[in-house]
Ligand binder design. Sequence first.
Ligand code: GTP
Ligand code: MG
Length: 448
Amino acid sequence: MGVGNFVIGVVGKPSAGKSSFLNSATDAVAKVGNYPFTTIKPNHGITYYQIDCPCKKYHKEEFCQPKYGKCVDGARFLPIEMLDVAGLVPGASEGEGLGNQFLDDLRGADVLIHVVDVSGTTDQNGKVTTGYDPINDIDWLHSEIHNWVYNNLKKKWVGIVRRHKALKCNAVETLTNQLCGYGTNAKLVGRFMDKLGLKEPLENWDDETLHKVVEAFLDERFPTIVALNKIDLPESGKNIEKICRKYGEERVVLTSALAECFLRKLDKQKFIKYYEGTEFFDLAEDQVDPSPEEKLKTLDDKTRNRLEKVQDMVLFRYGNTGVVECIRKAVKCLNVIPVFPVKNVNNFSSGRFGTKAVFSDCLLVPGGTTVREFARIIHPELDKYYQYAETIGNIRLGEDDLITYDNNIICIKTSQVIQKKNDDKKKDNNNNNDSNNSKDKNKNNDNE
Ligand SMILES: Nc1nc2c(ncn2[C@@H]2O[C@H](COP(=O)(O)OP(=O)(O)OP(=O)(O)O)[C@@H](O)[C@H]2O)c(=O)[nH]1
Ligand SMILES: [Mg+2]
């Protein structure tokens, strides 16, 4: 089972650094350029979200064998898809620049990272300038997405109301019907309508109310983390302060995609050992008796100078490049829980013959998922032949129990053995999931 069900969309104006961000956080090699619209088709990559693996708590590290991602000394790296949505420009919702095509690409994303060029050295269209105020970009992107959804609804509003009345629907039903194209389900619509607490019936909504509804929808459907990028440039300092004062720090992260790309590249080429998400790295001269695989190469003077600059401008100043932090915050917005389905809750085995592998599978599910829904997410046959579920200590779980961090190691018992060929089919599906194939993406969480 893969963990490819969630997608982080990377958005922002041209030349903000979206492709650089994707390259820095994944193994993708998207084209980067200091001119607008370098990216035309969206790029994909797989990034990793780090959690504590239960193998550490239960002292099973040596048997931990994730099918997807990896586990390093109890730190579990769960694969998540990332999508680089090419340069939106002001007026995109009206068809400007590359227009609606790119707003449409957003439909595949569950959470957004808005990459902002905080240095103010590119204007709203991504052209080189000086002294541009990046605060404009944050509000602009939000209103662009807002207008896109609002205009689509508004165009059809008279017909929507007519149908709503004729079919005697409630507001949640009508909105679910209208918003399902954005990867939305009744649960999500119910949630934001509850928060909004509107009293007027849908047929009486005026434009102002419709704007409020769209706003509440976007908050729920596209939670957004703002990456203030290019912090390595000297012009960035004063803008960072101003933006953090206005937007607070909860959803804002300071990043240097360029620095992260550089550090990861040096690590890959074995010039440094870089500890991702931290300010630390080792050089050849720091190593004592390294094994041949770990032995680092000596840096030339030019690369060493550049590394020192990255240390000065980014690592010492801000603590890290911000890229890992950004992914952590984005996934946190999704309010998901990692679940470890096992064949046996006493030894945590995944039931693969001839191996002692434990915790092989891990799936991220949306908060609010019940045990029975989880069975369905893993495989339709687990749902079909479902008998009961249990967690650590052989404690039985109710079908309607919510999955939490306290019961997220789960064994589903079935009345029939699930056929091996299904396992194989499942494996194939998930291999697809894990290999940048977003077309077949099974958005269980959204479309139930
Ligand atoms: N100094 C600095 N430059 C950066 C950083 N991130 C990206 N850049 C530069 O900004 C320019 C644009 O980067 P891209 O990653 O191509 O930007 P993009 O947002 O994908 O642009 P489009 O594809 O045109 O929409 C390139 O010259 C990058 O090297 C950063 O953190 N610091
Ligand atoms: Mg690009």
